[in-house]
Design a protein around this ligand. Sequence first.
Ligand code: 5GP
Length: 187
Amino acid sequence: MSAEQPGKLIVITGPSGVGKGTLIKLLLQRHPQLRLSTSATTRLPRPGETDGVEYYFLNQQDFETAIANQELLEWAEYAGDYYGTPKAQVFQQLESGNSVLLEIELAGARAIAKIFPDAIRIFILPPSIAKLEQRIRTRGANSEESIANRLAIAQQEIAASDEFEFKIVNNDLEKAIASLETIIFRA
Ligand code: 5GP
């Protein structure tokens, strides 16, 4: 059965540690009609992460095969690993009328803007760089080198945040969710 109106594609970008995951989790709980695309990555699972849930964890060879077979809508290298959006699931959901969230970094968001000019693109900002560093550190599982790398990437991403149609500062969780809802469900 095809829906009368295809769903919206919603891109959520923001530096590592900004709290995108928590915002999206709450948004999905409150709006079960929204779908989150599960990305593929070559990075190793963090403690508690499960293959097929947070990510599809692939080795480099399998990821490169997925690129070669054009199975990815977009992909990027981030902090030494590959990350990409499997194409099939996104198209399936959009065609069935469901809106799909993509939680992706800057290069991926730029690629999606070219393929889907109508995508809603939202950038989540931290209240400050100091707060961001604190969040990256408390999440653990990142080495000093990886923390420094993620913070350097964060500064570059934040510098590009003006490219985004919408920007939300994640200072107060409920306020940030309310802003997301206004943007996503506006007429
Ligand atoms: P993390 O390793 O912290 O889970 O993710 C690192 C970065 O990769 C985050 O900024 C996240 O949004 C981004 N990311 C996750 N999945 C994808 C994807 O499919 N494509 C792109 N381009 N970035 C992704």
